[in-house]
Design a protein around this ligand. Sequence first.
Ligand SMILES: *Cc1c(COP(=O)(O)O)cnc(C)c1O
Length: 232
Amino acid sequence: MPSMTIAENIAAVRARMARAAQRCGRDPAEVALVAVSKTHPAEMVRQACQAGVTTVGENYIQEARDKIAALADCPLSWHFIGHLQSNKAKYAVDLFDLIHGVDSLKLAREIDKQAAKFGKIQPILIQVNISGEATKSGTTEEAALALVLEAGRLEHLQVRGLMTMPPFFDQPERARPYFAALRRLRDRIRAEAIAGVDMAELSMGMTGDFEVAIEEGATLVRIGTAIFGPRE
Ligand SMILES: *Cc1c(COP(=O)(O)O)cnc(C)c1O
């Protein structure tokens, strides 16, 4: 395979995203691309930005802080998609427009407290361990509604939806039931019409399975490898 530029990779990903949306009668504009740049240098993120990427996902606070500083001149929205420890919440609130992986009331409270100090309402997603795998973070499906209710009461948080990581499969079709389950859970929670909670977003789908995730309702796909190449 000839080596592709980041701009070419992004164009190919966007075309695949649009086709997946169209296949199931969705407007491609409903699905946003989060370019996941963990382990890749700021220079590559700059190229992505020049190729029209507007949203970048990072997993580690220190790494993100350096890149955000190096790319201050790029009009990018930064999302935290990693596992956030409570003692790092203040940095996450300072740096990120959306925190995808909130999976406990303790963490939600800490983010709320830090957001209050920044005078910010912090948008968050609740991470759900929809497969129940012991190695995955996320609240259980059963506990998700209670967590959304509690987090929704915190004044400096805005719950915008749910996020999940299904098990890894070679065949993306096998991830479909997990994506569908997250969507149904989102719909159930949305039907509760909880004050301060909008539930618009479903963050699901990565390089190996984003098309299936879009078919099942993803509004945010988190794609690293297909844009930046393999990680070390
Ligand atoms: C690394 C990462 C991704 C991107 O994975 P790819 O398979 O490289 O697209 C997406 N989501 C999360 C939470 C990640 O940690």
